[in-house]
Design a binder for this molecule. Structure first.
Ligand SMILES: C[S@@+](CC[C@H](N)C(=O)[O-])C[C@H]1O[C@@H](n2cnc3c(N)ncnc32)[C@H](O)[C@@H]1O
Length: 249
């Protein structure tokens, strides 16, 4: 079940206006188009489709996948969305694909809490790639302890959203249990006073664990870069499907 923040229709509608700075996608765009020269991309956890639509506008054939139907509905209403193939579901819903690149932008990798779910997602990404194709994703570095900054005091904002009115939101961590961090993110619509609550849990895996999980899924050893958008705070992982057939460990 996707979190309300992605799957509640009212929250999905204001997802983009509440977080309008998507310069985090610049690095992905540069890598996918210029560096990898990808003509086809599967975007896992595409959310409201900002990256999928951006790539499609550059002539890339894109499949956007997300289990949050409300977010995909927002994506489908965007100009140029008709160029993208949208799928509502998890990797279990994937048809046979052979794409040049698979992406998971904006920390999608952290939503997979269990090892089985994470490993199954990586295995599906590998299957969806053509031999030599590349998986590109980011994850926050646990040693940065980002969750310590996720307080109401530091994050509360009120944004005037055209056609909706003022919308207030914040995040507040409620539990830290090993690598699992749980936080609440209430959203209040000032126009009618409705408050919609959402609770999320993210997993902060170590770099070593992620590199090992990629090897287990049958990828070549990952290239790991400092994420340009969040230097020192997140790693960007690039993992290639081997060109010579191998089986996952
Ligand atoms: C932080 S959002 C990022 C959305 C988008 N990638 C972006 O850059 O705006 C995380 C996304 O992961 C999706 N998600 C949650 N569980 C998932 C799963 N099992 N498989 C794929 N996506 C999932 C959520 O629905 C949500 O859209």
């Amino acid at each position: 079940m996707p979190d309300a923040i992605f799957d509640h229709p009212r929250l999905a509608e204001v997802y983009d206006p509440l977080d309008p700075d998507r310069s985090d996608l610049d690095e992905y765009e540069q890598i996918v188009t210029d560096e990898l020269g990808a003509g086809s991309v599967l975007d896992v956890g595409c959310g409201t489709g900002t990256f999928a639509v951006l790539l499609a506008a550059r002539g890339v054939e894109v499949v956007g996948l997300d289990p949050a139907a409300a977010s995909v509905a927002v994506a489908q209403a965007k100009p140029g969305a008709e160029r993208v193939t949208w799928l509502v579901g998890t990797v279990d819903a994937l048809p046979g694909l052979q794409v040049d690149a698979v992406t998971m932008t904006a920390n999608v990798a952290q939503v997979f809490l269990g090892d089985d779910e994470w490993q199954a997602t990586l295995a599906a990404a590998r299957r969806a790639l053509r031999p030599g194709g590349t998986l590109v994703f980011e994850a926050r570095r646990p040693e940065d302890r980002a969750w310590e900054r996720w307080t109401k005091e530091a994050s509360r904002q009120v944004v005037a959203v055209p056609g909706v009115g003022e919308v207030e939101d914040w995040v507040q961590v409620t539990a830290v249990d090993g690598e699992l961090v749980t936080f609440e993110s209430p959203t209040i619509f000032h126009a009618d006073g409705e408050r919609v609550d959402s609770t999320s849990t993210l997993r902060f895996r170590t770099r070593a664990a992620i590199e090992d999980s990629l090897r287990t899924a049958g990828f070549d050893p990952a290239e790991v870069r400092d994420l340009a958008y969040a230097p020192g705070r997140s790693w960007l992982y690039l993992a290639r499907r081997p060109t010579v057939a191998t089986t996952a460990r």
